[in-house]
Design a protein around this ligand. Structure first.
Ligand SMILES: Cc1cc2nc3c(=O)[nH]c(=O)nc-3n(C[C@H](O)[C@H](O)[C@H](O)COP(=O)(O)OP(=O)(O)OC[C@H]3O[C@@H](n4cnc5c(N)ncnc54)[C@H](O)[C@@H]3O)c2cc1C
Length: 299
């Protein structure tokens, strides 16, 4: 899903080539759990490391969600990168933002990548909405170091949007409650209400009466966070989950209740960062070595 302008796949390929030379065998176009039962891996190999990520996206089940042009950000980004790598976007196998009014719902790295990809397609307008309040410019006392800073981040997608259309794309404290389509089932409008973060009726915020607004929208990209890993493999192996539905493993050991099965990266910690995936991959390799050899010299 990470677009090429942010992570050139040349570097990924370079690493794959190095690992291939070292003897790693990559089996592609094979979905474990569907094409091959997960249990077979456990039966056939001495150790199994699950590093399947956490790509189950949060949805927005409101009126009009089924309309064409309302899609998950990851579908948009994945198809774009695949088409770019396969054919420099000439095969047309992607969702285009060209000449469209694009609205990205939600933020984070994925939302930023949607902004930047839409600009490269040549979108007509570009906005990004979030229900949360605008983050502060500096850390608050409630968010001290070494916690991850919860501050306003201006990323490359925001800078590019500013350069292309003028201004930051983000509007905060907006709740999207309806999509409206045309006669052909294509989305044409997105309806919002402003929210105030005042606890009301058991909810942490309330909608502001009379604040309804209609936005033209031909492409709506849902980038509202992740709900954890796909269930299939974890269910087939009957692995335990933590309270956020990620695969549960012993801290620093990456071990699960199955002696042979280790979990590392986003599947264990939820959607995170590349540096954590590197770190956990190395840690899992160390623990597999210890399991197979009885001791390990790996860091
Ligand atoms: C759009 C987007 C933008 C991001 N931007 C950033 C960023 O700017 N900086 C940053 O640090 N992080 C970013 N991240 C997060 C980062 O990509 C992840 O934290 C990291 O890739 C996690 O690595 P992983 O190895 O745990 O899982 P992944 O990289 O998700 O790899 C999982 C692999 O398992 C494969 N797989 C899954 N299920 C199966 C199955 N059933 N059978 C066979 N194979 C399977 C997948 O095809 C994939 O190759 C971004 C993520 C996304 C989606």
């Amino acid at each position: 899903g990470i677009p090429n302008m942010k992570l050139d796949k040349e570097y990924v390929q370079r690493r794959i080539d190095l690992m291939t030379e070292e003897g790693v065998k990559f089996v592609l176009n094979t979905e474990i759990g569907t094409d091959i039962p997960a249990r077979k891996l456990v039966d056939d190999f001495d150790a199994v490391v699950l590093a399947i990520g956490a790509l189950k996206p949060r949805d927005l089940p409101i009126e009009g969600r089924e309309l064409n042009g309302v899609c998950q950000a990851i579908e948009f980004l994945h198809a774009n990168t695949k088409s770019l790598l396969d054919s420099n976007l000439e095969d047309g196998n992607y969702i285009t933002a060209k000449d469209k009014n694009v609205i990205v719902l939600g933020q984070g790295d994925t939302g930023t990548d949607c902004l930047a990809t839409s600009i490269r397609h040549g979108c007509k307008s570009l906005n990004q909405f979030d229900i949360i309040p605008e983050p502060p410019v500096d850390r608050t006392p409630a968010n001290p170091w070494p916690q991850m800073p919860r501050i306003l981040k201006v990323d490359y997608g925001h800078e590019e949007r500013d350069a292309k259309f003028g201004g930051d794309p983000r509007t905060y404290q907006l709740s999207t409650f309806k999509f409206v389509g045309d006669d052909n089932g294509n989305v044409k409008e997105l309806h919002t209400r402003e929210v105030e973060w005042v606890p009301t009726d058991g909810k942490p915020f309330r909608e502001v009466e009379g604040s309804e607004k209609v936005w033209p929208a031909d492409l709506v990209l849902l980038s509202m966070g992740w709900l954890g890993p796909e269930d299939t493999i974890l269910e087939q192996l009957d692995l335990e989950r933590d309270e956020r539905s990620n695969a549960k493993a012993e801290l620093e050991k990456y071990t699960t209740k199955h002696e042979k099965v280790f979990v590392a990266g986003d599947v264990r910690r939820g959607m995170s960062l590349v540096v954590w995936a590197f770190g956990e991959g190395r840690g899992a390799a160390r623990e597999v070595d210890r399991y197979l050899m009885g001791s390990t010299l790996l860091p």
